[in-house]
Design a protein around this ligand. Structure first.
Ligand code: GRF
Length: 197
């Protein structure tokens, strides 16, 4: 059984998908050992508490520098014997110390078919605004390794979702979450934890 930490900043619907997958026996190789948030008010923390998952809040402003924050992050993962860090709606950047210690053991879910609509500034509903403005007929979600280039890591899984007539950024975001994100993230986590990380 591998130990996963889920990194969150907001609503935690992807965390919920992982919790539900675990309960339905779809992630037998993974234990959701820890939820780390970069802000104390994230509703994702309520979801963790409701499911008796240990939580840790690491706010950037509590640390003197980006380096100190990076090392604190890395230490929390090590102290909890984490095998895989799963960014799920996480908005902070992972620092070099953590990236180095957890190479190929940090993944992220992004709400587009990378490399399209990825990189700096592309997060949340902004991703879908850009996709609709461009006029794409198909979008979707991507699970990828996290490396030092934002949304640039090797791709692990993707799922396409049709863009429908009259879609707004919000309706597209919701459908991509329901039909893509919440499906491919648990599947990718199980795949990685079943194999050798
Ligand atoms: C989702 O669009 C996810 O793809 C992105 O952050 C948004 C919120 O995720 N990474 P969650 O509901 O907090 O899991």
């Amino acid at each position: 059984m591998k130990r996963a930490a889920v990194l969150v900043s907001g609503g935690g619907t992807n965390l919920q998908a992982l919790i539900d997958a675990r309960r339905m026996g779809k992630m037998p190789s993974v234990e959701l050992a820890l939820v780390i948030s970069d802000r104390e008010g994230a509703f994702a923390l309520e979801r963790a508490k409701q499911n008796n998952i240990k939580i840790s809040v690491l706010r950037r402003r509590d640390f003197a520098s980006a380096e100190a924050y990076d090392h604190a992050f890395c230490n929390v993962l090590k102290e909890n014997n984490i095998d895989l860090a799963v960014l799920a709606g996480f908005l902070s950047i992972i620092g070099p110390a953590t990236l180095g210690a957890y190479r190929k053991r940090i993944i992220n879910i992004h709400p587009s078919l990378l490399p399209a609509f990825g990189g700096k500034g592309f997060y949340g509903v902004k991703v879908h605004e850009a996709a609709l403005n461009r006029g794409v007929k198909v979008s979707g979600a991507t699970v990828h390794y996290v490396d030092d280039e934002v949304d640039g890591g090797e791709i692990i899984a993707q799922k396409a979702v049709a863009v429908l007539e009259g879609d707004t950024p919000e309706t597209l975001q919701r459908r991509i979450m329901e039909e893509a994100e919440w499906q491919i993230l648990p599947a990718a986590v199980e795949l990685l934890c079943k194999g050798e990380l």
